[in-house]
Write a protein that binds this ligand. Structure first.
Ligand code: SF4
Length: 118
């Protein structure tokens, strides 16, 4: 399988062609540096994303901005969003409070990125 991956490590945004089978990388071309080689190889074998979104605040019209404390496997993003959509948080909330622990069994916590007074 061949995949084009746009490197997001620096603003140059190299278009890197990765060829492989499953987790096995056969060739990588188009990277401008070694960091891109590492990024594209990891992205090909096991793509992950930092998840940022909003959670409902219990009894308020406001929403609480949250993010994952570590990258989430890309294939789990939809399931994680479903869990977050169903969640509510009661104020007060401090920055970095855990809103959802170990979301979808990923070992990743969803944490508040803003403090909300009660
Ligand atoms: S491969 Fe290197 S030069 Fe190209 S975007 Fe990635 S970090 Fe930047």
């Amino acid at each position: 399988m061949k995949k084009e991956i746009i490197c997001t490590v620096c603003p140059r945004g190299c278009h890197i062609q990765v060829e492989g089978e499953g987790d096995k990388i056969l060739s990588v071309e188009g990277q401008g540096c070694k960091r891109g080689l590492e990024y594209a190889s990891a992205e090909f074998a096991h793509p992950v994303r930092i998840l940022t979104t909003l959670v409902k605040l219990d009894g308020q019209n406001d929403l609480l901005p949250v993010r994952s404390n570590k990258p989430v496997p890309k294939e789990k993003l939809f399931d994680c969003m479903e869990v977050i959509r169903a969640a509510t948080v009661k104020a007060p909330v401090n920055r970095y409070d855990v809103v959802v622990a170990n979301i979808c069994g990923t070992g990743v916590d969803i944490v508040a990125t803003k403090a909300i007074e009660g």
